[in-house]
Design a protein around this ligand. Structure first.
Ligand code: THU
Length: 134
């Protein structure tokens, strides 16, 4: 993918992070998700007093995109305050896999960047609809 778009996604993920609701873990995460139409949806982690109800930034962005009619994802950037880039949890990997195989760009508070294809992070991910390849 283009360097310019990658930088845009990272910068949107970093600014979205500030809106995270993470009073329990104090670990703020922001995501910026590019869809096939060219739209970008941001997301943050939203924690809850009932801790297990917490939703990760990646899933917030995915749910926002799908609820606006976007079903094919092209890239996602994920930003956290961690010194080493935070990697999406197993649940988010599976959740995103439903909507394609695409670059996952991780950015740390120090500006360290790591990039993977989603299929590297979730080999043999589960899908009922084989045609949903993005
Ligand atoms: N979290 C995310 O939002 N995304 C990740 O990739 C890893 C974890 C959130 C969940 C929780 O609010 C906090 O980070 C600490 O686990």
């Amino acid at each position: 993918m283009e360097e310019k778009m990658k930088n845009k996604l990272m910068s949107l993920a970093l600014s979205a992070k500030e809106k995270a609701y993470a009073p329990f873990s104090n670990f703020k995460v922001g995501a910026a998700l590019l869809t096939e139409s060219g739209e970008i949806y941001t997301g943050v982690n939203v924690e809850n007093s009932s801790y297990g109800l917490t939703i990760c930034a990646e899933r917030t962005a995915a749910v926002k995109a799908v609820s606006e009619g976007q079903k094919i994802f092209k890239a996602i950037a994920i930003a956290s305050d961690s010194e080493t880039p935070a990697s999406p949890c197993g649940a988010c990997r599976q959740f995103l896999w439903e909507f394609g195989d695409f670059p996952v760009i991780l950015v740390s508070s120090k500006g360290n960047v790591k990039e993977y294809m989603l299929s590297e992070l979730i080999p043999e991910g589960f899908r009922l609809k084989a045609e949903q390849k993005g």
